[in-house]
Ligand binder design. Sequence first.
Ligand SMILES: Nc1nc2c(ncn2[C@@H]2O[C@H](COP(=O)(O)OP(=O)(O)OP(=O)(O)O)[C@@H](O)[C@H]2O)c(=O)[nH]1
Ligand SMILES: [Mg+2]
Length: 226
Amino acid sequence: MKRVMLNKDVLHGNQVQANHNRMLFVQHSLLTINVMSSPGSGKTTFLERTIQCLKAQWRMAVIEGDLATSLDAERIASCGVEVIQINTHGACHLTSSMISSVLPTFDLSELDLVVIENVGNLVCPADFDLGEHLRVTLLSTPEGTDKIVKYPSVFQSSDAVILNKVDLLPYVPFDLKQFHQSLKEINPNVATFLVSALKGEGMDQWIHWLQNQQAKIKKANGRELT
Ligand SMILES: Nc1nc2c(ncn2[C@@H]2O[C@H](COP(=O)(O)OP(=O)(O)OP(=O)(O)O)[C@@H](O)[C@H]2O)c(=O)[nH]1
Ligand SMILES: [Mg+2]
């Protein structure tokens, strides 16, 4: 009896397209980040803030992933950057072919940063490489510290973890010491930032880190070309 390893095949197909996407981003020295979190942790608010901080220096585009509506894309469009909404109609994550299908809407050679806001979900997006350079995961203080150990894949595979809604720390039970300890155990090299996207607190360090990441990519590409 033949068995179809659906999960393996789907992931393999996704990986092949993700590698194509990555090559395209590298060719354009284009920093690309995949932003993940549970629904409502503050991804769009964090992106609005990031755009506000970088708009004068960088040309940016955003790809929004949601099951339905273009509400997030409308929010991003009002910040004055290019944006496209993908509706997954039930799928709990974006795939690399969804990303490749919308890339022709942008002139990649004109951009410094592409941000992908994944579907709000702490589980499925972690398995699907989109071809991004960096994975950034948000956790918000009302969700609790235990989410790191209960949903480890997304935190393990992240280059940066943003603790958002720190303005709520006086009102919600959140153990900051445990937050750092849990991350140290499952992903010791991850960069961490404590922010309030709503109030704009803590954004400077994040922006500085992002600028360094982009400088690395430009430098690496420059080396490749010489
Ligand atoms: N107190 C507080 N609220 C915040 C902060 N950041 C976002 N919020 C609020 O959290 C709610 C959800 O924010 P969004 O930015 O829409 O969250 P999201 O992760 O993009 O949500 P989905 O795209 O639906 O997964 C909104 O009411 C925001 O105003 C923050 O730093 N502090
Ligand atoms: Mg959102």
